[in-house]
Design a protein around this ligand. Structure first.
Ligand SMILES: *Cc1c(COP(=O)(O)O)cnc(C)c1O
Length: 483
């Protein structure tokens, strides 16, 4: 703000007098209108803060009578936009056009319609979270997922019938797979040795480092083998009376190629049985179908882990299971029972919303209506279909500033899973007359809803595999906007 005239003490006094009081402001017509749509305390708080700011400007000599009058005249509008800004949600939907199906920054797996419906149904009133409706007694919240998970794993592995007798397996659900792994280590190996291959002392992402989690859990790390080669005999010779656990970490977000060796999980399980040491696998992905049709042959599934007879397995709920964020521990009943006794479970347990979403997702998988799970649908969308949609959206873009063409693209599963997997896809390649790729990417992110793309070869790409088809029309509309 420029000074039209020098301000001295007297001028400042005069300017202060020109500033309306809060009470006067609230009586004006424009503030009365504001009070119709906002709470009085919000309007008052915002007006107070703005008046204080103006007073500071006056005392700093930043106002003339003219500039002050203009500011005062615009006060109601200013406060209206301040209130609008403050009542906007911070968390909002975005269009994921990155081609990365499980994008941790974008919330990983979107939920199925039945999961969403079940969340609403359960959360809007009371529910039987820990009440056994049969007996009227208190029950465990795990029951809402346990039998579904076990049934699903048995159905998919063909290992049916086991549960007919006294079920030897049980399930615990916690906040995420990191918590599941921590809880498992803390329960089974506090102050005892955990044998783990040097090739598996990895960082999974988001600060989850296996050696650090191990130390925090109280377990004593007993490294064996080398980065590229570890044999069963390495594990075997490390076993001592102080060994509590053989740990296996699924190589979900990295791969070691070349001169490598790693025992099969079954071999570790045999060693564990022979030595009476339980085997725990941090499986991670929760994958319960084959990725072979996507050309991914090597990805180990949760089904193989289950079939191997590992004593305890941890998996994520919001990776390839396509459900809510959670960590699922499946294992021997006696081991799960010990985990249930761990006081830390109280800190890691999940709420009714998670159970509702998880239960519905598991039912979708069991009913083999798995295509109702968004990430499964996205994985299974054919290249021809994505190509067709790209052409449709590209044809709608008729802005002078923006050119869209259809190119082939490579998508990823993401979320630290199947690092080698490349999903053949198709994308809109955008070029803007005035904006460079980075500026265009930023402009797309400021649309409502924000569109998240990526840059490849100096072009902005929007991969439609990860965009729900129902958003195509909206995306086409957004691309008409002035960017
Ligand atoms: C992803 C992953 C984790 C962490 O899972 P969160 O659910 O994100 O906590 C742990 N271990 C493995 C092997 C993983 O792939």
């Amino acid at each position: 703000m420029t000074n039209e005239e020098p301000t001295n003490g007297k001028d400042i006094e005069r300017l202060y007098r020109l500033l309306p009081s809060l009470n006067d402001l609230l009586l004006t017509a424009s503030f009365e209108a504001l009070l119709q749509s906002h709470s009085r305390s919000m309007v008052v708080a915002s007006a107070r803060a703005t008046l204080a700011q103006i007073r500071q400007q006056i005392s700093g000599g930043q106002h003339t009578p003219t500039s002050l009058a203009a500011r005062v005249a615009a006060l109601a509008d200013e406060i209206a936009s301040d209130l609008a800004l403050n009542s906007r949600f911070s968390l909002q939907p975005v269009i994921n056009a990155t081609g990365v199906i499980l994008h941790t920054n974008l919330g990983r797996a979107p939920l199925s319609q039945s999961a969403l419906d079940h969340i609403v149904e359960v959360a809007k009133g009371y529910c039987n979270l820990e009440l056994d409706l049969e007996s009227g007694e208190r029950s465990r919240r795990d029951v809402h997922a346990e039998s579904l998970i076990l049934r699903l794993l048995r159905m998919k592995t063909g290992m049916v019938g086991e549960e007919l007798s006294n079920d030897p397996k049980a399930v615990v659900v916690v906040n995420n797979c990191a918590a599941a792994t921590f809880l498992a280590l803390n329960t089974l190996a506090d102050r005892a040795e955990v044998v783990v291959s040097r090739g598996e002392l990895v960082e999974i992402g988001g600060g989850f480092r296996v050696p650090e989690i191990l130390v925090k859990s109280g377990a004593l790390l007993r490294e064996v083998g080398t980065t590229n080669k570890t044999r069963v005999s390495d594990y075997e010779s490390a076993i001592s009376p102080n060994t509590a656990l053989l740990l296996r970490v699924h190589q979900s977000n990295f791969s070691i190629e070349g001169f490598t060796a790693r025992p099969k999980l079954e071999e570790l399980v045999s060693l564990g049985q022979k030595s009476n040491v339980p085997v725990f696998e941090d499986q991670g992905t929760g994958l319960i179908f084959s990725l072979e049709r996507h050309g991914i042959k090597t990805e180990e599934t949760l089904l193989e882990s289950f079939r191997s007879g590992a004593d305890l397995i941890a998996a994520s709920g919001d990776k390839l299971l396509g459900g809510p964020q959670c960590g699922i521990l499946v294992g021997r009943k006696d081991i799960i029972e010990r985990i249930r006794q761990n006081p830390l479970l109280r800190a890691f347990r999940v709420d009714k919303l998670t159970y509702a979403a998880l239960e519905a997702t598991l039912i979708d998988h069991l009913a083999e209506t798995a295509d109702s799970i968004p990430i499964v649908r996205m994985l299974n969308t054919s290249l021809a279909e994505i190509l067709r949609r790209c052409h449709w959206v590209a044809d709608q873009v008729n802005s002078k500033m923006l050119a869209a063409e259809v190119v082939s693209a490579i998508g990823l599963i993401g979320g630290g899973t199947a690092p080698g997997a490349r999903l053949q896809s198709s994308a809109l390649s955008l070029q803007h007359a005035a904006l460079g790729p980075q500026a265009l990417l930023n402009a797309l992110r400021r649309l409502q809803p924000p569109v998240i793309g990526r840059i490849s070869d100096d072009r902005v790409l929007l991969d439609l595999r990860t965009v729900e088809p129902e958003f195509d029309v909206e995306l086409a509309r957004l691309l008409q906007e002035d960017l």
